[in-house]
Design a protein around this ligand. Structure first.
Ligand code: MEV
Length: 431
């Protein structure tokens, strides 16, 4: 299948859905999952508490993505204009250079068990060390299904921390980290099950008191990464040379590296790509956000999650690395028909594949934002989209829409009155 669907954006939603189903060779019956066949009230009522209804957001499909040599159509659930278009546009450029190369770690989540107000931290660690293997076996025993499939505990680590906030009574903490390979699940429930099961053992071994037992969303053992190399000649347009664009993007990245105020916005742009796919696939976008930003600050200073540099040959080289804690099985994924359809559209079998696509989409999105910021500014693209809705509201239909948008953009006037006037002119009336 090819994710290259020229003119996709010009189609109406029904035709787009047909094209997507056809391109991904999906059962046409699945089509209703994106429409009224989505989340029913009955299912919603089983998902959370106090349900009174459901909430809709647009699903768009980003075209042109090529990740590890595989064409992929990417469903994105998002309210912000330009996001889906930017991924498709950047992916169209990238595919001419082989697309995105991505990789991911095993799905290893971290669980934390806290021993609080510990009297002798070093002695507590020494007491726990000989039990690590037994504790791992106990943890695995709580998850026979996962272990049967090849997942389970992949090690433990003991950490001594000190609470020493100025002006307060200091105290010592010993934290046991366990690493759980959750395979294709996001894994929060499994991690928390193991944490709660092991806690009484830790108390029995040490005679100390357990505090919290919970996963860490700083999932830095579950990273995904993507890379793209774009020869400068692919980046230019009528107004800017490829070299200008490449250097502009690299310069924008250097600003983000040097300044947390800019890095926050830079990373927000990355999450513009990441979150819509995380949501479309029924995953926990708060976990994803928390992990991404904590990882960005891991050096003690908040940094961009991507890098953009111009290499010796003048090509723009982009990379991204971030924790991607998503699953392709379990929880919402089992219940929500649209989530199942989105996963089928992506054609992913494993959490790692999904993580790699998410990393690549984050990188593409970031490139779209930086390229626009470094050249025309982002308002031009936004205005074009805004002009489109003004044109439709003024009554433009079919080919009139594009012509009216062009007229409004040229006039830099997006008022309803101007749109009606220009439309009358297009139809042969007087402007
Ligand atoms: C807007 O949603 C995202 C951007 O601000 C990202 C960026 O500045 O890099 C355009």
């Amino acid at each position: 299948m090819s994710s290259r669907l020229p003119g996709f954006y010009k189609l109406d939603p029904d035709t787009r859905l047909e094209r997507v189903l056809e391109a991904a060779a999906l059962d046409p019956a699945l089509g209703s999952s994106w429409r009224e066949g989505g989340l029913s009230l009955e299912l919603a009522d089983r998902m959370i508490e106090n349900v009174v209804g459901t909430f809709r957001l647009p699903t768009g499909v980003a075209v042109n993505m090529l990740v590890n040599g595989r064409d992929v159509l990417v469903p994105m659930v998002v309210e912000e204009p330009s996001v889906v278009a930017a991924v498709g546009n950047m992916a169209r450029i990238a595919r001419q250079a082989g697309g995105f190369q991505a990789s991911s770690d095993a799905s290893v989540m971290i669980g934390q068990i806290e021993l609080r107000d510990v009297r002798d931290p070093a002695a507590t660690v020494a007491a726990l060390e000989p039990h690590v293997e037994r504790l791992s076996a106990l943890g695995d025993a709580r998850l026979p299904e996962l272990v049967g499939l090849g997942g389970g505990i992949r090690g433990m680590e003991l950490r001594i921390l000190r609470y020493d906030e100025p002006g307060e009574e200091p105290s010592d903490l010993v934290i046991l980290h366990f690493f759980l390979d959750c395979l294709d699940a996001m894994g929060a429930n499994m991690v928390n099950t193991v944490a709660e099961a092991l806690a009484p053992e830790l108390e029995a071994i040490t005679g100390e008191r357990v505090g919290l037992r919970i996963l860490s969303n700083l999932a830095d053992r579950r990273l995904a990464r993507a890379r793209v190399v774009l020869p400068a000649e692919l980046l230019g347009d009528a107004r800017f040379s490829g070299a200008e664009v490449a250097e502009g993007v690299a310069g924008a990245w250097r600003f983000a590296w040097a300044d947390p105020y800019r890095a926050a916005t830079h990373n927000k742009g990355i999450m513009n790509g990441v979150d819509p796919v995380v949501i479309a696939t029924g995953n926990d976008w708060r976990a994803m956000e928390a992990g991404a930003h904590a990882f960005a600050a891991r050096s003690g200073v908040y940094k961009p999650l991507t890098t953009w540099k111009v290499d010796r040959a003048g090509a723009l080289v982009g990379t991204i690395e971030l924790p991607v804690q998503v699953g392709t099985v379990g929880g919402t994924l089992r219940m929500h028909p649209t989530v199942r359809a989105n996963i089928a559209l992506l054609g992913v079998q494993h959490a790692g594949e999904l993580a790699e696509i998410i990393a690549a989409v984050g990188l593409a999105q970031n490139l779209g934002a930086l390229k626009a910021l470094a050249t025309t500014g982002i308002q031009e693209g936004h205005m074009r989209l805004h002009a489109r809705s003004v044109a439709v509201q003024a009554g433009a239909a079919g080919p009139e829409v594009a012509a009216l948008v062009a007229a409004l953009v040229a006039a830099r006037d997006f008022s309803d009155a101007r749109a009606r006037q220009e439309l009358a002119a297009l139809r042969g009336g007087s402007a």
